[in-house]
Ligand binder design. Structure first.
Ligand code: MG
Length: 386
C-alpha cells in the first residue's frame, strides 16, 4: 500500500497561456522536459503513484511526455476541473480510504519533495492542507475604465498554491456533497464547503503557476539557478556480516582466496568482507540488503562467488547517477592473519569497484579472544562506503 497517492491535473486546454511551441502549456517544454513531467518525476521519486488526468485527445502526447516513469496512470478528464479531479480520485478507489492524496496542477512544474513532506506532516493533525503564500502586494479594487475604487486589506489573505492534500475518503465525500452547478477553482474550496479543517502550509514562490507565455522564461530562470550545478548529495551506508568457521582448507575474504585450516560456512562462498561491503553500498542507496536481492533460499547462489554481488551493487550506484567515493572494510577474527593479504584484498576491491588504491581500505582486528570471533567460532566483517 503506498504511503500517499497523487492526482496530477493536466486536462486544461491552456486558454490563457495559449499554445507554446504549438502545444498547450502542460505539454510544452520547460528546461528540455514537458511541463507535466517535472512534477510527475517528483512524485515518482517519492514512490507516490500518480493519476495524470488529461484531455482524451492528448493521450499520445501524454504517453510520450511521461514515458519511462513508473506508477503513472493516464485518466481522461471532464469538462470542468472538478470533473477531472473526480476522475483522478476514482483511480485510487481500492486504496485504504485514510491514505493521503495530493492534488496538484501540472501547470506548477517546480514541485519539490520538501513541499510534499510538509503537506503530509500537516495532514497528521488537520483534515487537509495546502501550500499558500501571504499576499504581499497592496490590493486595489477597481476596473481599467473606472480606475481605483478602493484598497483591500491584505491581512489574512493568502495565495493558494498546489499541491493540496487530504485523506482520500474525506475529499471524495466532499466532492460528492458539492452542490450541482458549483465551479470550484481549487480543491480546498470543495473541502471548505464540506466543513473540513484545512491547514495553511508555507508555500514557495518557485512553485509558480505557468499561466502566460512569459511565465516560461521566469520558470526557466528559476531552473537555471536551482538545477545547475547539479545538486551534489552525499550518501553513506554501512554493512555487517558474520559467518561460522567449519572444516575446509581455504577461505575467501574480500575477493581473495587464503589458504587456511578452516573455511567459512555459507550458502555462497561466505566472503563476509564482500557481503558487508555489498550491504554498505545497498545501504547508501536505500535499496535493502544482500539477502533481498540474492536470497539464500535460491539455489542459483549456492557456492556463488560473491564478486558478482558487489559488482551488481556498484552497477546500481552508477544506474542512479551516483559514484562510489571510498570504501572501508574491517575484518574481525583471530585467525587467519589478514595483514599478509591486505594489499591483495585492496587491489581486488579496486578492480571490482574501479577505484584508486587510496579510496579502498581493508583493515583487520582481533577481539582479544572475546566473543564469538575471539573464541574462533566465526569471522565478522563490517564496512562503510560513501
Ligand atoms: Mg554473508
Amino acid at each position: 500500500m503506498p504511503s500517499a497517492c497523487a492526482v496530477l491535473v493536466a486536462a486544461g486546454s491552456g486558454r490563457r497561456a495559449g499554445l507554446i511551441g504549438g502545444r498547450s502549456k502542460q505539454w510544452a517544454l520547460l528546461g528540455g522536459k514537458p511541463v507535466v513531467r517535472w512534477s510527475a518525476e517528483t512524485f515518482c521519486a517519492l514512490k507516490i503513484p500518480v493519476a495524470v488526468v488529461i484531455h482524451p485527445d492528448d493521450q499520445a502526447m501524454a504517453e510520450a511526455a511521461l514515458q519511462g516513469l513508473s506508477g503513472i496512470r493516464l485518466v481522461p478528464g471532464g469538462a470542468e476541473r472538478a470533473d477531472s479531479v473526480r476522475a483522478g480520485l476514482r483511480v485510487f478507489s481500492d486504496l485504504d480510504p485514510t491514505v493521503p492524496v495530493l492534488i496538484h496542477d501540472a501547470a506548477r512544474p517546480l514541485l519539490e519533495a520538501a513541499h510534499v513532506h510538509a503537506l503530509l506532516a500537516a495532514l497528521d493533525v488537520h483534515d487537509g492542507a495546502l501550500l499558500a503564500l501571504p499576499v504581499t502586494d497592496t490590493l486595489k479594487s477597481g476596473t481599467l475604465e473606472a480606475g481605483v475604487t478602493g484598497t483591500v486589506a491584505r491581512d489574512g489573505l493568502w495565495r493558494a498554491q498546489t499541491p493540496q492534500a487530504f485523506r482520500l475518503s474525506a475529499i471524495l465525500t466532499a466532492y460528492a456533497a458539492l452542490p450541482d452547478g458549483t465551479v470550484p477553482t481549487d480543491d480546498v474550496q470543495v473541502a471548505e464547503q464540506a466543513g473540513l479543517k484545512i491547514a495553511l502550509v508555507p508555500g514557495d514562490g518557485r512553485l509558480m503557476k505557468l499561466t502566460y507565455p512569459e511565465d516560461f522564461a521566469m520558470a526557466e530562470a528559476i531552473l537555471s539557478q536551482t538545477q545547475a550545478p547539479p545538486a551534489r548529495v552525499m550518501r553513506v551506508g554501512q554493512g555487517f556480516d558474520a559467518h561460522r568457521w567449519g572444516p575446509g582448507e581455504s577461505v575467501w575474504l574480500c575477493g581473495v582466496e587464503i589458504t587456511h585450516t578452516q573455511t567459512l560456512i555459507g550458502h555462497s562462498d561466505a566472503d563476509a568482507g564482500l557481503h558487508a561491503l555489498t550491504d554498505a553500498i545497498l545501504g547508501a542507496l536505500g535499496e535493502g540488503d544482500i539477502g533481498d536481492h540474492f536470497p539464500p533460499t535460491d539455489p542459483k547462489w549456492k557456492g556463488a562467488s560473491s564478486d558478482q554481488f558487489l559488482l551488481w551493487a556498484a552497477a546500481r550506484v552508477r544506474a542512479v547517477g551516483g559514484a562510489i567515493i571510498n570504501v572501508d572494510v574491517t575484518l574481525i577474527c583471530e585467525q587467519p592473519k589478514i595483514k599478509p593479504h591486505r594489499d591483495a584484498m585492496r587491489q581486488r576491491l579496486c578492480e571490482l569497484l574501479g577505484l584508486a588504491p587510496d579510496a579502498v581500505s581493508v583493515k583487520a582486528t582481533t577481539t582479544e579472544k572475546m566473543g564469538f570471533t575471539g573464541r574462533g567460532e566465526g569471522l565478522a566483517a563490517q564496512a562503510i562506503c560513501l
